[in-house]
Design a binder for this molecule. Sequence first.
Ligand code: UDP
Ligand code: MG
Length: 312
Amino acid sequence: MSNNEIQYSIIVPLYNEELVVNEAYKRLKAVMDYTRESYEIIFVNDGSKDRTVEMTRKICKKDKNIKLLSFSRNFGHQVAITAGMNNSSGNAVIVIDADLQDPPEVMLKMIEKWKQGFDVVYGKRLKRKGETFFKKTTAKLFYRTLKSMTDINMPVDAGDFRLIDRKVCDALKSIPERNRYVRGLISWLGFKQTGVEFIREERFAGETKYPLKKMVKFASDALTSFSYKPLKLATYIGAIISVFSFLYMVFILFEKMFTEFTVQGWTFIVALSLLFNGLMFIMLGIIGEYIGRIYDEAKGRPLYIIDEKEGF
Ligand code: UDP
Ligand code: MG
């Protein structure tokens, strides 16, 4: 390693994190100084509306290891991580949340594995503290559904908290996808991967920056970019309905020809038409999700717009 080469790049996305940014800096710095190797911490301000950017700028001015990348508006967590990676130069890159839910000390374990020759070291959450029952159950369900719907080998219960080697980071940069599910793309890349287990802490301060709306967008990005199965749903449902329809047709023909019953099926017909209309709209919605994403790709707009760069 030459003198001016950076060993580690730590990427920290920030969205309205004025309550945690100073503490995050302190904890990250303590851990990274402990390695006695060179490092840069890249804070990516994802269009915060509070004092996050002023506070980070201040840290940047007094510590040359700190860099700031500031977006012109909120582009989303996954895009913020991507921008950090694109602007990093370390031999190993670590992505970590600002809110200290991912304990910085775990980075040392990741570095150890990297030095043993692994290219990707992801953090596997054994337990999540201080999160709602809703968040924990939907997350559990999400990772397992996604795994069952894709052919890519993705670890369950692993977030973006992970270390990747420079070559993985460069490979990731070559993927131009817009609606990015970064952790999935890293699994897709392959390389030598392993995990370290950790317990996810409570948020240091403030509230989650992932309201339900962002969670839904996040999950549908993941599912649509890694599986066609939702599209095939129409075929499956159609096939099942056809079988039942045929059986029912045989039944009513039989009734008509060999019995005296008058036809009475009003309730049945209305229920059926409501059900089928509902299914039809769900399928149209699913197709719309894919088409919207195809449209995003076709427009070819840049992934993010940078307003300010400090310390680079
Ligand atoms: N974040 C971001 N842009 C967003 C939402 C979140 O950069 O639009 C950052 C946030 O500041 C934090 C990380 O992404 O560092 C994870 O967000 P959060 O902790 O709110 O999510 P949770 O842990 O509740 O899933
Ligand atoms: Mg968090």
